[in-house]
Design a protein around this ligand. Structure first.
Ligand SMILES: N[C@@H](CCC(=O)N[C@@H](CS)C(=O)NCC(=O)O)C(=O)O
Length: 343
């Protein structure tokens, strides 16, 4: 029988009794005022002299209030459509916050290399960390991948972020392909090691992350049944355990002292274990002194990771859709629900 990965310091994640609830919508807002036109401009001349108005003042107020009500109902409906459910629920953010916002602002100028991204997206963060790590000049363009603007479709017909344009005509997409392309530019520090065999090992473990860890993360997050959550948490813990066991024993990163390809592939989900699976599914903090804790800490503290990370609330809000398994959340959520691989 194959031996299970030996990990110290893993506690089986428990399901939290008090998962965060959406905060209240705040104090009521006034969306309209009722203006009485009769007696001031009612004759159509704006001279303050009343004229023959078609309605009584009360009817006039009712007509205006009805059109405001219709507008409000439409707003609610649009919001519901966008969030796949209830308008009181949290939805994905459309603008970075914290350190990531500062990075967006310092990369808003036109450049021949353009990263089309979304602030909440972990696949985007992979490409973004790589650009920051290599200090390659680039322009960051925030897009809503659920609205799929033409500029995104032109690069990626499937309308997924990240997408990369380099030069006037060439473009590509898929986070791993983008990372490989940036590596092939041979600008700045390398993420892959020089030796062919160690490069292959890095690609093998990147494949493990994409094939086993990421789907496991979403299976756990989307599961609504408590038993399923416990099973998926165990599966995810085991798949992460295999990766930790394959890492350099000293670390702190996968291959040793510097951050590399496997670390960047994994980093966005390491951040989201704490910020998303922690609050929604009781995923435990790494136990101090373990190899896993050393790795998580090194990833969290790396300047290229920090500079592409928003404040915690952005992730908590943006993943509520997944944690409630709302309909129409995303292509990825649909794929996980129907047992298919990642889009
Ligand atoms: N395999 C793709 C996955 C990209 C992906 O799923 N991106 C999400 C945002 S995190 C997206 O664009 N979703 C749009 C949709 O579901 O329609 C990659 O590695 O780049």
């Amino acid at each position: 029988m194959p031996s299970q990965p030996q990990l110290t310091g893993w506690g089986l994640p428990t399901v939290p009794q008090n998962a965060p609830m959406p905060q209240s919508a705040g104090p009521p807002r006034k969306f309209y005022t009722l203006q009485r036109v009769n007696g001031n401009g009612g004759n159509g001349k704006g001279d303050g002299i009343g004229g023959p108005h078609k309605h009584t003042l009360e009817e006039s107020d009712k007509v205006k209030k009805n059109s405001v009500d219709r507008w409000l109902i439409k707003q609610e409906k649009d919001k519901r459509k966008e969030q796949g459910g209830d308008s009181s629920k949290k939805s994905y953010h459309k603008k970075a916050t914290g350190n990531a916002l500062a990075t967006v602002k310092s990369h808003c100028k036109d450049d021949s290399l353009k990263l089309f991204g979304s602030c909440f997206c972990p696949f985007v963060q992979r490409a973004w960390i790589s650009l920051e790590f290599k200090k390659i000049p680039y322009q960051y363009i925030e897009v809503d991948p659920y609205k799929k603007p033409q500029s995104l479709i032109e690069i990626n017909p499937r309308g997924l972020v990240p997408a990369l344009r380099h030069g006037p005509t060439w473009s590509t997409y898929e986070s791993t392909v983008i990372m490989e392309y940036l590596e092939d530019l041979n600008t700045g520090p390398a993420l892959l090691p020089p030796d062919a065999q160690t490069r292959a090992t890095c690609r093998l473990w990147s494949d493990h992350i994409n094939r086993h860890i990421i789907p496991g993360f979403y299976r756990l997050l989307q599961a609504q049944d408590t038993n399923d959550q416990v099973n998926h948490a165990t599966e995810l813990r085991n798949e992460i355990g295999k990766l930790v066991d394959a890492a350099d024993p000293e670390g702190p990163f996968f291959l040793g002292r510097s951050m590399g390809f496997v670390d960047v592939q994994m980093a966005p989900w390491v951040l989201r274990l704490r910020r998303v699976l922690g609050p929604y599914r009781g995923w435990p903090e790494p136990e101090e002194g373990t190899r896993w804790a050393t790795w998580v800490d090194a990833i969290e503290q790396h300047p290229s990771v920090k500079s592409t990370t928003s404040d915690d609330a952005l992730y908590l809000d943006s993943y509520e859709r997944y944690a409630e398994n709302r309909p129409n959340t995303s292509q990825l959520a649909n794929a996980v629900n129907s047992g298919r691989g990642l889009p």
